[in-house]
Design a protein around this ligand. Structure first.
Ligand code: 8YV
Length: 331
């Protein structure tokens, strides 16, 4: 029997060229590097090198908060697919992609629990003043000043949710366990849901002790929460707590700072901001505000699931198979 010598070199399958549109998760990058020729944010960091490679780029990997403009898409004649590791894709010019037949995918559902958990955590943090309570113990105030000022009760309070998609529903289910009186605003009423639909955001704010935002970002919702909505939330008595786990663009941040400084509303808990990661000093100075650095989906398990789904969509595209989670506009 003769043994065939091993083939010394079997040609590598063609590795498609992929551009990253943001600093991506370390849970996603190794998967990308194993399957693609990755060009890391070249359009931002090395314009000349980008121009040279642009005609070969067939895929973009992005995160929920990164921008893929129509201008960038126009510079990539071979682009076929944009995979967003995030449920929100308001940074992607989907119309420009669609016009060229470019698929856009995102990572819905796998992060519903985490974002809803954080929303409830922020509601409790703001109403029960948990960060201030922590400081009260650490800085010795408990010993020197005695008991903290009394906080606001959350169980049984009125909750208004702006946005009643999958995450909005997960928030409502959790709030129901706190005996909250729940109402919501969305593009249209969802008759299968047991909660009251309020067609106007201002009217919803007026009947809410907590107003939680979980609506998609983008032009359609820009500054949806403005001075008038905040005035309604405060009810002329400095009441109401605003919680934002959606996008910073949904809130007129200048109007919010003004409302907080003047005591129009009682407080706010914010995971997202208009110009991340920059947070205005005036906002950071307010003790009745709880701040988080956009951590809605930031647990190990969920970010792993998001990375795997974002990669899977790319893999399936280049295998010529159906994608798992295209954005609704591309279905
Ligand atoms: C993260 C998000 O910012 O899912 C989204 O829309 O905003 C977040 O989960 C990010 O996309 C993580 O990569």
């Amino acid at each position: 029997m003769t043994i065939e010598p091993l083939t010394v070199e079997s040609p590598m399958p063609e590795r498609a060229h992929l551009l990253t549109a943001a600093k991506l998760s370390p849970l996603l990058v190794p998967q990308l590097e194993a399957a693609f020729t990755v060009h890391d944010r070249l359009h931002d960091t090395a314009p000349a090198a980008f121009t040279a490679v642009a005609p070969q780029i067939r895929a973009i990997a992005a995160s929920g908060d990164s921008r893929v403009s129509g201008e960038l898409i126009a510079q990539l004649p071979a682009l076929e697919v944009i995979s967003v590791m995030g449920v929100g894709y308001d940074g992607v010019d989907v119309a420009a992609a669609k016009a060229r037949g470019i698929m856009v995918t995102h990572t819905p559902d796998v992060l519903n629990d985490d974002v809803a958990d954080l929303a409830l955590g922020l509601m409790l943090s703001a109403s029960r003043q948990l960060p201030a309570a922590d400081r009260w113990v650490r800085d010795g105030s408990w010993e020197s000043r005695g008991a903290m000022p009394l906080a606001r009760k959350m169980s049984g309070a009125r909750l208004g949710i702006v946005g009643m998609g999958r995450i909005g529903q997960a928030i409502a289910q959790r709030a129901a366990a706190f005996g909250m009186d729940i109402a919501y605003n969305a593009r249209s009423a969802k008759s299968v849901l047991p909660w009251a639909f309020v067609p106007e955001v201002t009217a919803l704010a007026a009947r809410s002790d907590f107003l939680v935002l979980i609506t998609p970002g983008g032009a359609g919702t820009k500054h949806l929460v403005n001075a008038e909505v905040l005035q309604a939330l405060g009810k002329g008595r400095g009441e109401g707590i605003l919680v934002n786990v959606a996008r910073g663009s949904v809130v007129d941040e200048a109007a919010l700072i003004d409302a907080l400084e003047r005591g129009v509303i009682a407080g706010a808990a914010l995971d997202v901001f208009e110009d991340e990661p920059r947070v205005p000093a005036r906002l950071r100075a307010l003790p009745q505000v709880v701040l988080a650095p956009h951590i809605g989906s930031a647990t190990q398990a969920t970010r792993q699931a998001m990375a795997d789904l974002a990669f899977d969509n790319l893999r399936l595209h280049f295998a010529g198979q159906l994608l798992r989670t295209p954005v609704p506009e591309c279905r």
